[in-house]
Design a protein around this ligand. Structure first.
Ligand code: COA
Length: 257
């Protein structure tokens, strides 16, 4: 128990530069109080003391302004900063090292029983005022921007902002590297195209580069096989794409920018 307590306090130091010492965290962090009360409420809930669990949970809400249903599953080193106005529904599941700021709702969009609240995987951060609504998963390490309204699954490592939530960053370094390699191979810089660009045209170009990459790989394989069979079909070089061919488009972009 003391081990968990120490872990909780450490998690505050890691994620709140304003925290000065353990006594301050123990006494002045409603997020911590809410989590401790939730542990008790959860224990009662799982032991079949449903009404008492709801009562304890309601006491926690009254004390901290944070409402965590006793049925919600919460992982380790959960950190709620400030806390007021947070609502966490019955079937919500929260992984380890998750951070929530004030005004966050992990809610449902239907009145059906069963799983109706989101699952936040390890390391997710949900910004102040954000609403995450529905029985989908927010992948490990994803960030939800403050005041976003998210109603669809979020891939691991992505950042979602706005209403409705849109992804601004996808942590796919491998894919970005492949695209860069393909753009270089084609002989031009596709104006920094990557998955994290919200521009739909840029994203479409990114998709085309992915497709080209796949086609290119397959052609190379076929050429290798043909050469082994003694064909000289692949001996000829492909025409080179020249920078000048894109100069007009680039010029127009520079003028607009
Ligand atoms: C979403 C968030 C995690 C993004 O952080 P980041 O990865 O550093 O991203 P950036 O700040 O570089 O922003 C990237 C783009 O998203 C936009 N953006 C960032 N946060 C946004 C938000 N909450 N809503 C809408 N757009 C947002 C930025 O304006 C920027 O747009 P641009 O590329 O057109 O300039 C962060 O802005 C956020 O909201 N964190 C929550 C913090 C919080 O709630 N703190 C409360 C403390 S009390």
């Amino acid at each position: 128990m003391f081990e968990r307590l120490r872990e909780d306090i450490q998690s505050v130091f890691h994620r709140d530069p304003a925290a000065r010492n353990a006594f301050e965290v123990l006494t002045c962090y409603p997020g911590m109080h809410a989590i401790w009360i939730h542990r008790l409420a959860g224990l009662l809930w799982r032991s079949g003391w449903k009404w008492l669990a709801r009562l304890v949970s309601n006491f926690g809400r009254w004390l901290t302004g944070i409402e965590i249903h006793p049925g919600a599953k919460v992982g380790r080193r959960f950190f709620i900063d400030h806390g007021m106005g947070i609502v966490i529904g019955e079937t919500a599941e929260i992984g380890d090292d998750v951070t929530l700021y004030q005004g966050v709702t992990l809610g449902g969009t239907s009145w059906n029983k069963g799983k109706r609240h989101p699952t936040l995987e390890d390391g997710v951060v949900v910004g102040a005022g954000a609403k995450v609504l529905g029985p989908f998963t927010v992948g490990a390490g994803a960030k939800v921007g403050s005041n976003a309204v998210v109603t669809k699954a979020v891939p691991a490592g992505a950042t979602v902002v706005g209403i409705p939530g849109r992804i601004i960053i996808k942590s796919d370094a491998e894919q970005d590297a492949k695209r860069k390699a393909m753009a270089e191979k084609l002989g031009f810089d596709a104006y920094g195209v990557s998955e994290d660009m919200p521009d739909p045209v840029a994203r479409a170009i990114g998709q085309l580069l992915d497709h080209l990459q796949a086609v290119d790989g397959r052609l190379e394989g076929m050429c290798g096989a043909l050469t082994e069979l003694g064909s000289s079909y692949c001996a000829k070089d492909l025409p080179v794409l020249r920078d000048e061919d894109f100069a007009e488009v680039k010029g127009r972009e520079d003028q607009a920018g």
